[in-house]
Ligand binder design. Sequence first.
Ligand code: MAN
Length: 353
Amino acid sequence: MFERFSKNPLLTPKDIAPSVPHHRVIGVFNPAAHRINGVTYLILRVAEQAISSPDLLSIPIYDEALRGYRYIEIAKDDPRYDLTDTRVVRSRKTGRILYLTSVSYLLVAESTDGIHFTVRNHPLVDASFPYAAFGVEDPRLTAIEDKLYLTYSAVSADGVMVGLAQLDDTLTQAEPLGIILPPENKNAVLFPERFANAYALLHRPVPFGLGEPNVYLAFSPDLVHWGEHQVLFGVRPGMWDSVRIGVAVPPLKTEYGWLVLYHGANDQGTYALGAVLLDLERPWHVLKRTRDPLIEPEAPYEKQGFYGGVVFPTGAIMDGASITLYYGAADTVVAGGRLPLKDVFETLHALDD
Ligand code: MAN
């Protein structure tokens, strides 16, 4: 049912100049999306690695005193480290993540046809933001009462947490409003409307001991202080979304309810897309959920890349009868396509069905 754009991938690392000369861009992916007055904006996640000798990994970490990066060098054959997941450096002893292998920042691109994008030169949000020395990742953009808000993952030695920023109309300035959820939490999206005056957010904490990574709903009087946390939906053992889930794009208002697209991963690390439907007035009521993936990695650029087997939508624009989706493929490129609403509703099942 998902119709990929024939021009895919829309953006690749070759389209982006590195932010410093001795870095190379290894990925442009997981973009937030928004359309104002016929212009489609994407806020791209750009990932860079430091160029180093082939037997070394040189890890960029933002240093406030330097107002730039410092580098930690790791020999690729050092037995203390496990480098099997291309995205992270793990301790062999504890299995825990010590560093990321790349640093990410956010860059704006714009287009009048939604397909051909011009990329700006200056990062909108980068590792100099609070708690982001390891980088800024996976932005989501929501317009609420004509103001633009960006949620993103801030990554540092303290963990992965949710940051909030307000953007101006031209997407040239990001004003940090603070860390709104502590580690580990990711994939936070704001609803475009308030409920009885309260702002609403979906987010995905990762419990360390007991519990699974469930999607939560929370409310706030001011966008900064969040409470009334409640579990909405979780992983499904034995299914394509058995290991991890997270909301993909801000909730889409439809006549049947809030359509919430979410990504899920199985034990093979394959990322696909599903959906739940929430009640319009009482979004804590999950009405329906899809059984099989709406989109899964099929195209070569989704199957192969820095981290293959990933479709990761982060931007959506309602286009009449279909949703235009922008997504990261294989943690390497930006792709897009159209998902007809009718097909999505046909695959949503009542929860007790
Ligand atoms: C996971 C992946 C990476 C990401 C880190 C930190 O390992 O999603 O792409 O960089 O988490 O958020």
